[in-house]
Design a protein around this ligand. Structure first.
Ligand code: GUN
Length: 289
């Protein structure tokens, strides 16, 4: 019977640590603050932003919400980022994705000062991650590594297969696994012979956004499987539910799996708050003594 890695419980524990770290920073005169920008009213983004803001409040992090109209012009968004970049009371800036099609997302993300880029999407942070030289690390990959760390002590020589090549999950998690000296294969939906590649893995990170893509026969006995998928589907009765990238009911021969929901999702938010605290703490360290 595969162990279910409890992302909810781990996220709760992380949030407790973050809450304590916030109190410590407050005592040193810093009130950690996260600015969250939502352009338009994508329903899923609304839910995510609401969750992020709520969790900030619980941890004592001040959140500043900017809800902008869907037709907001790119230069206005850039101007807002410029203002927040120089605002000493703001430590983290998060632009919720996806942005409307008329906005050049990479121009916008590149404008965020790297020290406030709590999503870890800025090219400087991406470069730091790929050279293993610090920086802010994207939240979902960070959460995935914490989930894996709860069941794996030593990654050296383990075979890890990442399914999905996104900038948000697939590529950065591959870098983090490489840093731990796993042997990493990055695959995607166009990869030939994916089941055979996956079956060799000690670790599978499924982040393709394809419901129940990973079947039981794809998974080696004793592998650890992280399911990053969150696809909303409607069943025959018209009920909607969230399904992952793995057919989890077929994975009882795995060593451990993450549930959907309640696995990676809660850890992403917990890591966002941890990144905000790191960014706030870094301002303290950069001040002259
Ligand atoms: N949209 C989906 N995932 C993410 C994320 O990790 N960060 C941001 N900013 N937007 C997202």
């Amino acid at each position: 019977m595969a162990e279910r890695i409890d992302g909810k419980a781990m996220a709760r524990a992380m949030l407790a640590e973050t809450t304590a770290a916030v109190a410590d920073l407050e005592a040193r005169g810093i009130s950690p603050a996260l600015a969250v920008v939502l352009v338009g009213a994508d329903p899923a983004s609304e839910v995510y932003v609401g969750r992020k803001v709520r969790e900030c409040e619980k941890a004592g992090i001040r959140s500043i919400e900017h809800r902008l109209a869907a037709d907001t012009d790119e230069d206005a968004l850039i101007a807002l980022i410029d203002e927040m970049n120089v605002d000493g009371a703001i430590h983290g800036i998060l632009i919720q994705l996806p942005l409307p099609a008329h906005i050049n997302a990479s121009r916008v993300l590149d404008r965020i000062t790297p020290g406030k880029d709590v999503d870890g999407f800025h090219p400087v942070n991406v470069g730091r991650l790929s050279t293993g030289t610090g920086g802010l690390v994207p939240c979902t990959p960070l959460g995935i590594m914490k989930l894996l760390d709860s069941v794996i002590e030593d990654y050296r020589g383990l075979d890890a297969v990442v399914i999905g090549k996104s900038n948000i999950v697939g590529k950065p998690v591959a870098m983090l696994l490489l840093e731990r000296e796993a042997t990493v294969t990055v695959t995607h939906i166009e990869t030939k012979g994916l089941p055979d590649i996956a079956r060799k893995a000690d670790i599978i990170v499924a982040a393709a956004g394809a419901p129940h893509l990973v079947r039981g026969y794809w998974v080696k006995e004793g592998a650890v499987v992280i399911d990053v998928g969150i696809t909303r589907v409607t069943d025959h009765d018209g009920h909607t539910k969230i399904v992952g990238d793995c057919a989890t009911h077929e994975l009882e021969h795995a060593r451990a799996v993450t549930p959907v929901p309640g696995g990676v999702g809660p850890m992403t938010i917990a890591c966002l708050l941890a990144n905000t605290v790191s960014a706030a703490r870094a301002t303290l360290e950069s001040e002259p003594a």
